[in-house]
Design a protein. Structure first.
Length: 317
């Protein structure tokens, strides 16, 4: 990974349920600039469900090799500020002997401690990451990962106390049927008293699966090619987005793969199995909170980790 040398560099390692990410930042600017990313799909949570919390064996081997690679990158570029976190998959097995053993192996491979963050902390960090880059946010964010989905309210550019995490993500719904996934997610949403109780200006979409949904959506609503730069800062009315979201939720992964591959394994093509599920979840949320607008967000949890890491306030909960 070619990296320019900046005066002030820091790294965030996200040991996610679907992918492992090493993000390098230049924090001499405000807000900090993400200067490079290295990502590997490992699928730690593949096969996991809320009733079956076991890490994927193949995913664990890929993850350990990837973390060793990350360790070498950090050493090569002499990165001293390193903040590593584990999310839903590691959290789900943290109480088990096998999960604790893998956590130790992962830390050894990386050469740094890995903080397994709580459900609420993961939601909070997502909100902080969004507001750090988009200071005038107001509405509701949704961040979907491999094994969990976070939702939280944002008011006047600040993260509300109203945060929620649900134990289902792109790999762990236990069904490939978007309609069934939407019904399950709607059940979770209705168990949270504050969701839908106040008008929602904007629904912010972040996290890999949701960003994939946003790319597919904005290709339809704004004619933005999928190979173009991520449509950050572009907003659509829900009135315009609704029909496209519903169509995406009803489109097969095979049809999406044929549409987005174009002979190349693009980042969007790698997530075609997640787009119908993600779109169904967006539709389920919108049916309850009734947003005026929908907006994709490139910043998210890793930006929040950097913010709290540099401030010395990053904790597990």
């Amino acid at each position: 990974m070619a990296v320019q040398r900046f005066v002030q560099q820091a790294a965030v390692i996200d040991v996610g349920s679907n992918s492992l990410v090493l993000a390098l930042y230049d924090y001499s600017t405000n807000p900090p600039v993400n200067i490079e990313e290295e990502q590997k799909a490992c699928g730690l949570a593949r096969g996991m469900t809320p009733q079956h919390n076991v890490l994927n064996p193949e995913g664990m081997q890929i993850a350990l090799k990837t973390l060793t690679k990350f360790r070498n990158i950090l050493a090569e570029h002499n990165i001293q500020q390193v903040f590593a976190v584990g999310t839903a998959a590691l959290r789900a097995v943290a109480h088990t002997e096998a999960g604790q053993a893998f956590h130790r192996q992962a830390q050894t491979a990386l050469g740094h401690g890995i903080t397994i963050i709580s459900e609420r902390k993961e939601a909070e960090l997502n909100g902080l990451g969004i507001t750090a880059r988009l200071p005038n946010t107001d509405g509701l964010f949704c961040s979907m990962g491999g094994a969990s989905t976070e939702i939280g309210e944002l008011h006047d550019g600040k993260v509300s106390e109203n945060l929620a995490t649900f134990p289902v993500g792109a790999l762990t719904f236990g069904t490939a049927d978007p309609k069934a996934a939407a019904a399950l997610f709607t059940k979770y949403l209705r168990e949270v008293s504050w969701i839908g109780q106040r008008p929602t200006s904007t629904l912010y979409l972040t996290g890999g699966p949701m960003r994939a949904v946003a790319r597919a959506l904005f290709e339809v609503t704004h004619n933005i090619p999928i190979a173009a730069k991520f449509p950050e800062g572009i907003i659509a009315t829900w009135h315009d987005a609704c029909a496209a979201i519903v169509r995406l939720s009803r489109t097969s992964p095979q049809e999406l793969a044929a549409r987005y591959n174009n002979g190349k394994k693009t980042s969007l093509a790698r997530r075609t199995d997640q787009i119908p599920l993600g779109a169904a979840v967006v539709a389920a949320i919108a049916s309850i909170v009734k947003p005026k607008f929908v907006m994709p967000c490139k910043p998210g949890m890793r930006d929040g980790v950097l913010q709290q890491g540099l401030a010395g306030t990053l904790t597990s909960s």
